[in-house]
Ligand binder design. Structure first.
Ligand SMILES: [Zn+2]
Length: 279
């Protein structure tokens, strides 16, 4: 028998109008009930429907809003056999800062051989981030990769050596070379190697399209395939790759999109609030 459709959260969205979401951040949709054949899409992207981590009667969907999104209304579409619902998101530009950075010229204008390498590394990374594993490892709230000052937030508009325009795709933590870097949740190591821009890098798959990334390390202490527990030391911070000084660059890839990692942590961790204590 078909489930009765009662998209309570979705209905409340239509009553209250569009929800404002800053580009580069994550919107979490919660469904009290959802048809078993429902599909969620945001633009051209198919968004997985996941179990709520603490409330077995609910489902959730993480909507990653790309930093390069144009401001304005964008719709999440929930379609199912007998109809569809739309949720308006009002995308805004936020108040991201800007900064100028000086790095080695070869990290801004790589030669042909280096470009070949970066292209290969980009392809490899995109293949990883585009892979969806059903097994959930994030069964608890996320923690910070280290306790330190944030020296550059996600989303800061950047100009490298007065020539290359970019934006900051993660959060930088101040860290002297050799500071331990911790896994922010349980998962599996899917990348542990040196890369041209990211330097010594570790990427962890937390399942369900969530990946965390730890860059510019001086030393990598894990290898591909390792099963990791939250808080485990993945390596030591450093200044490998494209940097102007030692720090940890921490990033989250969600459904193939870079999102503000600490904002994502906060959104996920709210799902664990008011949860009954573990038995
Ligand atoms: Zn960074």
């Amino acid at each position: 028998m078909k489930l009765i459709i009662a998209l309570i959260t979705v209905l409340s969205f239509s009553l209250w109008g569009a929800d404002t979401v800053i580009k580069g951040t994550t919107k979490v949709l919660t469904f009290s009930k959802i048809p078993s054949d429902a599909r969620v899409t945001f633009g051209k992207k198919s968004i997985p429907i996941l179990r709520h981590p603490t409330d077995t009667s609910k489902y959730i969907a993480f909507i990653p809003v790309n930093y390069r999104s144009a401001p304005g209304i964008k719709q999440v579409v929930i379609s199912y056999d007998t109809g569809e619902k739309k949720v308006d998101l009002n995308i805004t530009s936020g108040h991201y800062k800007s900064e100028t950075i000086t790095v080695a010229p070869s990290k801004v204008t790589p030669n042909a051989q280096q470009r070949k390498r970066t292209a290969r590394e980009y392809q490899e990374a995109m293949k990883i981030y585009g892979t969806f594993h059903k097994k959930r490892y994030w069964n608890q709230p996320f923690i910070a990769p280290m306790h330190s000052h944030i020296t550059s937030s996600f989303g800061t508009a950047r100009m490298f050596n007065n020539t290359l325009k970019s934006y900051h795709s993660g959060t930088d933590f101040r860290a002297a070379v050799g500071t331990p870097v911790h896994a922010t949740n349980d998962g599996v190591v899917v990348l542990a190697k040196n890369r041209y821009y990211a330097g010594n890098s570790v990427v962890i798959d937390h399942g369900e399209g969530i990946y965390s990334c730890y860059y510019h390390l001086s030393d990598i202490r894990v290898k591909k395939g390792d099963v990791i527990t939250q808080g485990e030391t993945l390596g030591l911070s450093g200044m490998s790759g494209r940097v102007s000084g030692p720090h940890l660059h921490y990033a989250i890839m969600l459904n193939g999109v870079q999102v503000d990692p600490l904002h994502f942590h906060a959104q996920v961790n709210r799902l664990f609030e008011n949860a009954p204590p573990a038995q």
